[in-house]
Design a binder for this molecule. Sequence first.
Ligand SMILES: [Fe+2]
Length: 211
Amino acid sequence: MVATRWMAIGMILRQIRVGRMANFTYIVGDEASKVVAVIDPSWDLEIVLDELRHGLKLEYIINTHTHFDHVLGNEQLKALTGARIVMHKNSPLDKDVAVDDNDVIALGNLKMKVLYTPGHSKDSICLLAENKLFTGDTLFVGSCGRVDLPGGDAGELYESLKRLAMLDESIEVYPGHDYGYEQYSTIGREKMNNPAMKVKSKDEFLSMVGG
Ligand SMILES: [Fe+2]
């Protein structure tokens, strides 16, 4: 655990609970250069803007996927700051940067890697920076994203969660909604406690999520 904490030194991370759907907006970046990204700006943008006023330089607005509750604040935040909007290439919305699996977004000295994780939607990504994984609506604390919306696919979500389960168990999980018993978790704890990650087979997962 000490090593895990140490790895995070030098990183800016703010988790902000916004709106009435228990969404999380995140500010993530590099402590040395103060370069940051906002992940999933939505409601309550004034709280995010207040944080940014502490000398932070917003370069990117990154959406874990383009459901309305994760992109609502995009245009206003862009107009106020000039930040560029980053989305997966499958997103139908206007974007400045289209990313795909394994692309890396540089925030000063901090590298943020894109993992393409479809299943909840066709443009769902997770973002890995140091030992912190931003999972959007792919993985929540104690559950996973729904698959019954347009573009949802239970089989794809199963594969995406399997991929996340291969990551180091000490990696911290920061979800897109505050749906769990805690606001963040680790891959190890989710593998132990989360029914969506504990399943023994694809069939078991499909019958669980109704896919
Ligand atoms: Fe969603």
